[in-house]
Design a protein around this ligand. Structure first.
Ligand SMILES: [Zn+2]
Length: 257
């Protein structure tokens, strides 16, 4: 079916594009989109066009998405797969946008058989094979490169990449067993080091929330990799290098200029 998909994508690109004014506004709002080479910029804009054609953006509860909103969601979703390809987002179509942070009911049965129930307040969520859910309010807060501000789109789409092999564990699909072993060694060591720093109450530029689980560490560190790469490189050089190999990008280099 590869040829059919290619043909459809070519047709989409022949009919649609992100115009220059929209692109410039997105770059102003999302400074981490700066510094791309001409070729990277062209490919990112094309990926975003295909993303918008193939995925369904579903605003709910009164949210009205402008063209700028839609394009900014798509550009941020596509930046991590710039060198990997959109096929990494296969298997689901929905991107649901809530007006603000939303509540979800959680239940978990403990080892003692007791069912625990609690409520989480979230700015975003994604499930394997299911939609990505985003808070419109949180979308507006994204974009700060300097202070490593949270980026809900990068975060949730990083979860999607992690889940691509069916497990939400901070280990995305990797090309070989050796690559997986290397990943586990470096990633786990960096995660442990981060958790120790959080436990000790030390200041860290990554959100302490990332200490909750390997999957959260992967998603939060991925946000930083694209939004504030030089801070990630400074504090987690081995993780940065690992991510550079996985994403096949060096955002620190392009944002240093
Ligand atoms: Zn998360």
């Amino acid at each position: 079916m590869g040829w059919l998909r290619d043909w459809k994508r070519k047709r989409i690109l022949a009919r649609h594009r992100i115009d220059d004014a929209l692109w410039k506004r997105a770059q102003r709002h999302l400074p981490f989109l700066r510094g791309l080479s001409a070729g990277e910029e062209r490919r990112l804009r094309e990926l975003a066009v295909i993303f918008l054609a193939e995925k369904q953006l579903a605003p709910v509860r009164g949210v009205a998405l402008s063209d700028d909103d839609r394009v900014e969601i798509a550009l941020q979703a596509c930046l991590p797969v710039l060198e990997l390809g959109l096929d990494w987002y296969d298997g689901w179509v929905g991107v649901v946008v809530h007006p603000s942070d939303f509540h979800v009911q959680r239940t978990e049965t403990g080892e003692d058989g007791v069912v625990h129930e609690w409520e989480d307040e979230l700015a975003g969520e994604s499930w394997p094979g299911g939609p990505v859910v985003l808070s419109w309010e949180a979308l507006d807060d994204s974009g700060s490169v300097a202070d490593g501000g949270a980026n809900v789109v990068l975060h949730e789409f990083a979860h999607k990449l992690d889940m691509m092999d069916g497990a939400s564990d901070g280990v995305p699909p990797l090309p070989s067993r050796a690559a997986r072993e290397r990943w586990l060694k470096i990633f786990d060591a960096e995660f442990d080091r981060f958790c120790r720093a959080v436990d000790a109450g030390r200041e860290t530029f990554l959100d302490p929330y990332a200490a909750e689980h390997e999957a959260e560490f992967f998603a939060v560190a991925s946000e930083a990799f694209f939004e504030s790469p030089n801070a990630l490189k400074r504090d987690f050089p081995r993780l940065y290098e690992l991510f550079m190999g996985f994403y096949r990008q060096d955002p620190g280099k392009r944002l240093r200029a």
